[in-house]
Design a protein around this ligand. Structure first.
Ligand SMILES: CC(C)(COP(=O)(O)OP(=O)(O)OC[C@H]1O[C@@H](n2cnc3c(N)ncnc32)[C@H](O)[C@@H]1OP(=O)(O)O)[C@@H](O)C(=O)NCCC(=O)NCCS
Length: 154
């Protein structure tokens, strides 16, 4: 992900406790294609993770809020994610279809959410969200990587 032109190095954070990395969040630029052909620059975060033994102690909330605050300081106007619909509303995320936004195929679902960092940034024109290709997962490569990861955790 860090080799991608869409990656935002200023928004690449880890959380540490006593020198141990227990959380991370990364961001990439993405865009909305308006029906009239215009493009609107936005941000997408992910992966965001907290080590399982540290779950439920607000480290996730803290690193997400920090990332969103920094994104606002860097002048990004909005963030669009696909994530747990029970978790992200606490940060202000709302269903993206409320802004007239859809996936590239025109579909929408509860996990597809948007947050305006600048009020009114998403406007009313709607459009299709295009995540950067860095978020496309090669399932075969992922499965191979995951085997290594599982082995290391034992
Ligand atoms: C999602 C994640 C980052 C949250 O981190 P965390 O430090 O445990 O979260 P916090 O302590 O800030 O918040 C805990 C709350 O999140 C909720 N939550 C955690 N995982 C959730 C999930 N998968 N779906 C819905 N809610 C979830 C908990 O129920 C809890 O709710 P409450 O505040 O109402 O009690 C962490 O669970 C994680 O790393 N999960 C695995 C990776 C992942 O799923 N990443 C997100 C991809 S969209």
């Amino acid at each position: 992900m860090r080799d991608s032109a869409a990656f935002v190095p200023e928004l690449d954070f880890v959380g540490e406790v006593d020198g141990e990395i227990i959380a991370n969040i990364m961001c990439a630029k993405s865009k909305i294609a308006r029906p009239d052909g215009d493009k609107l620059a936005i941000l997408t975060f992910g992966p965001v993770s907290v080590k399982p033994e540290w779950h439920g102690r607000r480290f996730g909330a803290e690193i997400i809020r920090h990332s969103l605050d920094c994104a606002r300081d860097l002048d990004y106007g909005a963030v669009i994610i696909v994530g747990h619909p029970q978790y992200y509303p606490r940060f202000g995320f709302k269903p993206a279809n409320g802004y007239g936004l859809t996936m590239p195929d025109g579909g929408t679902f509860a996990a597809f959410m948007a947050l305006e960092l600048k009020r009114g940034y998403l406007g009313a024109a709607g459009g299709k969200w295009h995540a950067d290709k860095v978020f496309e997962i090669n399932i075969t490569a992922f499965s191979e990587w995951n085997k290594v990861f599982q082995a290391r955790r034992k």
